[in-house]
Design a protein around this ligand. Structure first.
Ligand code: FES
Ligand SMILES: [Fe+2]
Length: 307
């Protein structure tokens, strides 16, 4: 469903010595952190009898112990102990559980959704700051992850979906007959979309970084918002907002909750749509849909292996 990509899964502040079960792109995983601060993402099924390892516990030696017969697994998935069976290390090495590559970046735990040909993630420089600079909020939406990227690339939903909040101004009479000017620049890992109305002097810039990250550049905004649409399964996704505040703003005076809540309207909209984004030859399109069409073309080719 989402093979061989780096994606954040949860804020690292939420992952400790208690194992956490998460679903990522239809796979059940268990996350934990050992006492040395080493993060781990393992397949959440014990290779012995299939018990969920997330119901086990992290032991003093930093392993995850299965709740059924106590087999222990290190953070890299290697089986380190089978109670009552004096096995050699060669025998133990054949009893590993699948482990996925992890990295802690920008206050989030990232996972690579594959086990082979693992390259380092390509990240925008705005995600390379120390973890404590980011303010993170996430929630589960009942929508396909592609719908969240689609709406985030789409400037012209603002006056309608957000008419009762920050989009209200664009819905004013002054802009009723405006013409949109949308230009796209391809980048190494996606595109930059510049949006403007001919009735306004300023515009917005939307950056898409493959596969599932949107960075907004809003004129006058004292922070840089990153949105991640993280696939859980075909029905659900995790919408993660990662804000990098401008160092000059007084954090105590900025209403972060209000900022996070601005996406409630997007959530309502895309939860009312059905399934993944359609392919480019389905539905009707107009010139201002080009950013969305570029994303869809990429999605059907790179993720779904269809042209
Ligand atoms: S099922 Fe995990 S140790 Fe038996
Ligand atoms: Fe929106």
């Amino acid at each position: 469903m989402f093979p061989n990509f780096w994606t954040p899964v949860l804020p690292i502040a939420e992952i400790g010595a208690e194992p956490i079960a998460v679903e990522l792109a239809g796979e059940s995983l268990v996350l934990f952190c050992d006492s040395g601060g080493q993060f781990s993402a393992l397949f959440d099924r014990c290779p012995h009898r299939g018990a969920p390892l997330s119901r086990g516990q992290v032991t003093e030696d930093g392993c995850l112990e299965c709740p059924y017969h106590g087999w222990r697994f290190a953070t890299d998935g290697t089986c380190t102990r089978v109670p009552f069976n004096p096995l050699t290390s060669v025998q133990l090495s054949k009893l590993s559980v699948v482990s996925f590559p992890t990295k802690a970046i920008a206050g989030m735990l990232w996972i690579f959704t594959g086990t082979e040909n693992v390259l380092d993630p390509q990240l925008p420089s705005s995600l390379l700051e120390p973890s404590d600079r980011y303010i993170i909020h996430h929630e589960i939406w009942n929508a396909h992850w592609t719908r969240a990227i689609d709406i985030s690339l789409d400037y012209l939903h603002l006056p309608f979906v957000h008419r009762n909040s920050f989009g209200g101004e664009l819905n004013d009479a002054a802009h009723k007959d405006a013409i949109a000017q949308i230009s796209i620049t391809s980048t190494a890992d996606g595109m930059t979309v510049t949006n403007r109305l001919n009735t306004l002097s300023s515009g917005t810039e939307i950056n898409w970084h493959q596969p599932n990250n949107i960075v907004l550049n809003l004129d006058g905004m004292p922070l840089l918002p990153h949105f991640f649409a993280i696939p859980i399964n075909t029905q659900q996704m995790r919408f993660m907002q990662v804000l990098l505040p401008n160092p000059r703003i007084d954090r105590s005076n900025f209403d972060f909750d209000e900022f996070f809540a601005a996406s409630d309207d997007d959530r309502t909209m895309i939860e009312s749509q059905i399934g993944e984004v359609p392919n480019v030859n389905e539905g009707y399109n107009v010139p201002t849909d080009e950013p969305s069409l570029r994303f869809r073309r990429w999605y059907y080719r790179a993720v779904k292996n269809k042209s």
